[in-house]
Design a protein around this ligand. Structure first.
Ligand SMILES: [Zn+2]
Length: 253
């Protein structure tokens, strides 16, 4: 780490749980962010500011005026652009040392298989249940930890999954089957900073996984209710009969 980097990341390095070693782990990471909307915006901006060395952004959408109420990686000048290009330009202004790949595509199973076998970690910021299942299955196949987030109306949730941890649950343990009931923000509305709260929590969990500070959140679901202001924490367990049960880790752990 050179002097410029020591200065830029000095407030991280001051944290004994991170130190230079933790910052180097962050710099050496390759994180895939799926979705550059309300959750992906704070995730991308905080991970870029934190000095994650390599970010791959994937989203098939373009910036619309109705996104600007909460999707803070975009602004009035980028309406009509792809969300990944808009976010990549913002990241470049914030931290030119971050290597950013912007891919306008839908992160389905085939795309993940072709593109995301060797990432350090995936942050799910999509608003699509099918994409979440595809990420889950891809991460199980390749032993990749991932941070799931969702936000709607006044509430949100964050869960951390890590197939490298023996006996830990997967997303299908929590939600065995695709539900048709999932509503979108376009249908239900969303209070703007709820996405910031949930996305920022996802960024914290990403940095925790990359550096190992504090207590592992693998297998925990954290939910936030903005009407009561209450955070709650739920222990997740493997579900009997889930495909993830009894599988051998790729890395043999
Ligand atoms: Zn499972």
């Amino acid at each position: 780490m050179n002097n410029d980097e020591l200065l830029r990341y000095s407030r991280h390095i001051l944290l004994p749980q991170l130190d230079v070693e933790g910052q180097e782990s962050i710099a050496g990471a390759h994180v895939l962010i799926v979705g550059l909307g309300g959750l992906g915006s704070p995730v991308a901006l905080y991970l870029a500011a934190s000095g994650v060395g390599r970010l791959t952004l994937v989203d098939d959408d373009v910036v619309e005026v109705s996104n600007l109420q909460r999707q803070i990686a975009h602004d009035q000048t980028t309406v009509g652009q792809s969300k990944v290009a808009s976010a990549a330009a913002r990241i470049a202004e914030m931290n030119a040392a971050v290597s950013v790949e912007a891919i306008q595509a839908r992160a389905d199973a085939a795309w993940l298989k072709a593109t995301a076998a060797d990432v350090s970690l995936i942050v799910d910021c999509s608003d699509n249940a099918a994409v979440r299942y595809a990420i889950n299955d891809h991460c199980l196949d390749h032993d990749i930890p991932w941070v799931s987030g969702a936000a709607i109306a006044f509430s949100g949730q964050v869960a951390v999954f890590d197939p490298r941890v023996p006996g830990s649950p997967c997303y299908r343990c929590l939600y065995p089957a695709l539900s048709d009931e999932a509503l979108s923000c376009a249908e239900s509305g969303i209070l703007s900073p709820i996405t910031g709260l949930i996305g920022s929590t996802q960024a914290v969990e990403t940095l925790r996984l990359l550096t190992g500070f504090g207590t592992s959140q693998t297998g925990w679901l954290n939910t936030y209710d903005g009407l009561s202001g209450e955070w709650r924490r739920w222990r997740l367990n493997q579900r009997a009969g889930c495909d993830c049960q009894g599988r051998k880790s790729v890395t043999g752990k």
